[in-house]
Design a protein around this ligand. Structure first.
Ligand code: M6R
Length: 622
């Protein structure tokens, strides 16, 4: 949600800023802006709408703006105030000397604004961020030191923020700080970069330092001054970023989403690598630190997550309960944090998040941590805020995901849950909680084998994408869509529906097939497509009957199935076939055609697949 980039050095800043914003555009894209210092004057350039609009504004004065070797930039996902040019960042103060970009929410901005207005500040936007610009300016007027002005200003701020500040009177200097919103410094030769996320700077440097909460960095081309909120000098902890710039290229695909769907066989290989070595060897999860005592006393597991990660968590519940016999609750983080949750030191709380920056999930795991629970984080970003809360970590290794619609990260999360469930079953038997009988052990080994051969099966699904494209074309004019499934594939139905609605804006809903006749069946007629996730196993016949019921109400039936039963041809108008697998593994294969179906429908409809309206890649506000 929103993106920040900053540069101070010897090169012209403008292209570095615009390129950084381009690589962050997936995080928010309803307005953008930069602040530069040209020949001693701070200048702001802003535009509402897509980043291209800002690029057009900059192009008109390029030869002038190019002279600046310092700048800060921002791409916005509006929270306070509409996505207009006035509300776009950077924001400034009365005298125009300060420029501020901000991610997060200043919760006490109304009180601050009232106070500042009484002191003569004139506000030009409806944002919470503008208060920071005025506040820093007023502190600077008192102390004549930009670092100290920022430090004093942040003492008055409540809420979450990543901030970059420049001041006209403090040449070649950016001051940056954060609280509950990510920010990192990229280190070059005679230059520094700032970014809210790695993609903004990975083209320029892999050497970086993450800023922690309440720390302040002051950067000039040749110096980095690094202090905490009490002005103690800190030693920078510099690390090499594990990302390759090529991850930000579409590699010939029309959209990042399509590229990321196709990366899934390799994602599965990556997730399994080093963790599942052979079917008769125990799973290795190096960063899971559940000790014998915790495992023995574990009485329940709670999983918190949002959106697509929530659907991966629902599959996690199913298999952990099935493999380990421990009760698992799954809850959207945004609900979990506003009720009395029964957690203690014998509860394992698992937070699942692609970005590791989702505000609700961070709050939920912190809440559970305060209650003494062991916190396990399943995330694609081991460098994230959430990962830092972890007692145990499962980095899912999906690689950077640019498209707003999560695909390969879902795959990696789901695979990680299979590894965790098998790991826990093996570990529990190792500490004598539940001993695995030889048939249990054989059965787990069979599942491990199925996981090992999964990448080839996913490749098979992808090889038939033209069939899915044809199906997408056939149904692309539908106004609504229903997905039905049962058991372990119910989350597949939910995720298929979420993918479709978020990128095509078609009203799509997932139901447990058994619930259809308890209400939703009223919506069925000849205009309604109903997609049945029909996997061989214990609920196959049940879903078939539910599909018959839907067909009897004239719904347009689509099957997603691993059955070759010819009878299906009479019931279904379209059939998407996937390779056979154990029912417990089937959600991993079943999701791929649903991702492709959503993709192709959105593409037929001419939607902005990678940057759907109103959404942002990581939701860092509650
Ligand atoms: O980064 P997270 O996994 O915590 O994000 C959670 C949701 O915001 C995310 O999954 C969202 O639903 C995606 N747009 C789904 O495609």
């Amino acid at each position: 949600m929103c993106g920040i980039v900053g540069y101070v050095g010897r090169q012209s800043a403008v292209d570095i800023l615009l390129e950084g914003l381009t690589n962050l555009e997936y995080r928010g894209y309803d307005s953008a802006g930069i602040a530069v210092n040209v020949e001693g004057l701070v200048e702001l350039y802003k535009a509402e709408g897509k980043l291209q609009n800002l690029k057009d504004v900059v192009a008109q004065k390029r030869s002038h703006i190019e002279k600046s070797t310092i700048g800060i930039g921002h791409i916005r996902w509006a929270t306070h105030g509409a996505p207009t040019t006035n509300n776009a960042h950077p924001h400034s103060c009365n005298c125009g000397k300060v420029a501020v970009v901000h991610n997060g929410i200043i919760e006490n901005y109304k009180e601050l604004r009232e106070k500042l207005e009484k002191n003569g500040c004139t506000f030009r936007s409806q944002t919470d961020t503008e208060t920071v610009a005025h506040l820093v300016a007023s502190k600077y007027a008192q102390v004549k030191d930009l670092t100290e002005a920022v430090r004093l200003a942040t003492k008055e701020l409540e809420g979450a923020y990543a901030l970059c500040v420049i001041h006209q009177d403090v040449k070649n200097t950016i001051v940056a700080t954060r609280r509950n919103a990510p920010l990192l410094v990229g280190i070059g030769e005679g230059e520094y970069y700032l970014a809210s996320d790695v993609p903004a700077i990975i083209q320029h440097t892999k050497k970086a330092m993450y800023i922690n909460d309440n720390e302040i960095v002051t950067l000039t081309p040749d110096t980095m001054n690094y202090i905490d909120a009490s002005k103690n000098v800190l030693q920078p902890k510099i690390e090499m970023l594990p990302w390759e710039p090529v991850a930000l290229s579409k590699m010939g695909y029309k959209h990042f989403m399509l590229k990321e769907i196709h990366e899934q066989p390799d994602v599965v290989r990556n997730v399994l690598s080093g963790k599942l070595r052979a079917k008769d060897e125990n799973i290795v999860l190096d960063e899971v630190t559940l000790d014998k005592e915790t495992l023995k006393n574990l009485n329940r597991i709670q999983i918190v997550a949002c959106g697509t990660s929530l659907h991966a968590a629902m599959i996690g519940k199913y298999i952990i309960e099935d493999f380990c016999g421990i009760a698992v609750d799954v809850e959207p983080s945004s609900e979990y944090i506003y009720r009395k949750t029964i957690t203690d030191k014998n509860t394992l709380v698992i937070g699942v998040s692609q970005s590791g920056e989702t505000a609700d999930t961070i709050t939920a795991v912190r809440q559970a941590k305060n209650n003494g629970s062991h916190i396990l984080i399943v995330t694609n970003r081991p460098d994230s805020t959430m990962a830092r809360e972890a007692d145990s970590l499962i980095p899912v290794n999906a690689g950077i995901e640019v498209s707003v619609a999560a695909t390969k990260s879902y795959m990696a999360q789901v695979i990680s849950f299979y590894l965790l469930a098998i790991y826990m079953a093996e570990a529990k038997s190792g500490v004598g909680v539940d001993s695995l009988t030889s048939s249990d052990a054989n059965w787990l080994n069979e599942l491990k084998h199925e996981l090992i051969v999964l990448p080839q099966k996913i490749e098979e699904v992808l090889a038939h994408k033209e069939d899915i494209q044809a199906c997408a074309k056939k149904f692309s004019n539908s106004k609504d869509f229903i997905f039905i499934a049962r058991g372990i594939n119910f989350p597949t139905a939910l995720e298929g529906a979420l993918k479709l609605k978020e990128i095509s804006y078609i009203n799509a809903t997932g139901y447990t097939a058994g619930e259809l006749k308890h209400g939703p069946i009223a919506m069925l007629d000849e205009s309604m497509p109903v997609l049945s996730v029909l996997m061989q196993g214990k609920v196959y016949e049940k879903i078939l009957s539910n599909s018959e019921e839907a067909k009897a109400r004239n719904a347009r039936m689509i099957a997603l199935t691993n059955s070759s039963d010819p009878k299906l041809n009479d019931l279904f108008e379209a059939i998407i076939r996937i390779p056979e697998s154990n029912e417990l593994i089937s959600p991993i294969l079943a999701i791929v055609p649903l991702q492709l179906l959503a993709y192709y429908i959105a593409e037929f409809l001419g939607k902005d697949v990678d940057q759907p309206r109103n959404l942002a890649k990581s939701v860092t506000v509650e």
